[in-house]
Write a protein that binds this ligand. Structure first.
Ligand code: ZN
Length: 286
């Protein structure tokens, strides 16, 4: 496999914020989310990034909901699983880490710094928490996806690499357009990419996403620059202006068509495992 010809396509079907009142098509229960992930996997998605909701459908790190969602997905497809560690604000370190520690997905998100969130609150990822998170992910063989909302977060990752808390080739997800972080402008994405290249050469992998109306420019620019991409209702609920996506599959299909036009291919889950060097491969798909 020629790695540069492959595009890792992550789908984030649910996220923490959309409610049925925002879009009736967002999957919220474990069963709805698992069904949607399987449809996206059938359509060719490489990775599922998973959030769960509580019984009132609010953002949550409820362990049982994660366990049920993971069980339902794993029983039906071999898509790579990436669990969030940020399914709610103000939660204890233990609650944030338990899902990946016990369910052993292949990946989990690592939000590499603290920021103001949506002009209302603080999204806290303290140095103490990040050190704990790096150690625990390494012990559990869970690959961190370094979510980068602002340039300083790259330097936090570099700091932990230097200290030896993070080893191997890092994988970055540039999250652009969250209020409080960098805006979803292509020039910001280029700056983040250059910062990684200046410090790591070619020894990293990267993906990008734009939130809301920024999602298409960022996806197209990332594909043009040889990057990987993320789509899904966590980031954007509209297929185009004024038209809600009826399923996350629509976003997957659009990226697949675009990728084919530029002579690249969406990576299968197994190709994704090779490219990212994932370790917790589920027994059923070895
Ligand atoms: Zn997320």
């Amino acid at each position: 496999m020629d790695e540069s010809s492959r595009v890792i396509l992550t789908v984030a079907c649910t996220g923490a914020w959309p409610q049925k009142s925002d879009t009736p098509y967002v999957p919220l229960t474990p069963q709805e989310e698992a069904d949607e992930i399987v449809r996206c996997a059938d359509a060719g998605a490489s990775i599922a990034h998973i959030h769960v909701r509580d019984d009132a459908f609010h953002a949550s790190m409820d362990f049982d909901k994660f366990a049920e969602t993971v069980r339902l997905v794993r029983a039906r497809c071999n898509i790579v699983l990436n669990l969030t560690t940020s399914g709610g604000l103000g939660l204890s370190d233990e609650v944030r880490m338990r899902p990946f520690q016990e369910l052993r997905p292949e990946m989990a998100s690592f939000d590499a710094g603290t920021m103001n969130w949506a002009h209302t609150t603080v999204f806290e990822n303290s140095p103490r928490f990040l050190e704990k998170l790096a150690n625990s992910m390494s012990e559990c063989n869970v690959k961190p996806e370094f979510e980068i909302f602002d340039a300083g977060m790259i330097y936090n990752v570099l700091h932990y690499m230097k200290k030896g808390l993070i080893t191997g080739r890092p994988h970055f997800q540039f999250v652009l357009g969250a209020p409080g972080g960098m805006t979803a402008d292509v020039k910001n994405m280029m700056f983040l990419l250059d910062t990684c290249k200046d410090n790591l050469g070619t020894n990293f992998t990267w993906s990008a996403l734009g939130i809301g109306r920024g999602h298409l420019p960022i996806i197209y620019a990332a594909l043009a620059m040889g990057g990987h991409v993320r789509v899904g209702m966590e980031d954007n609920i509209f297929y185009r202006k004024g038209q809600l996506a009826k399923s996350n599959v629509e976003f997957v299909e659009r990226v697949k068509r675009t990728v084919a036009e530029i002579d690249r291919t969406v990576a299968t889950p197994d190709e994704t495992r090779k490219i990212l060097g994932l370790k917790n491969v589920p027994a059923a798909v070895v």
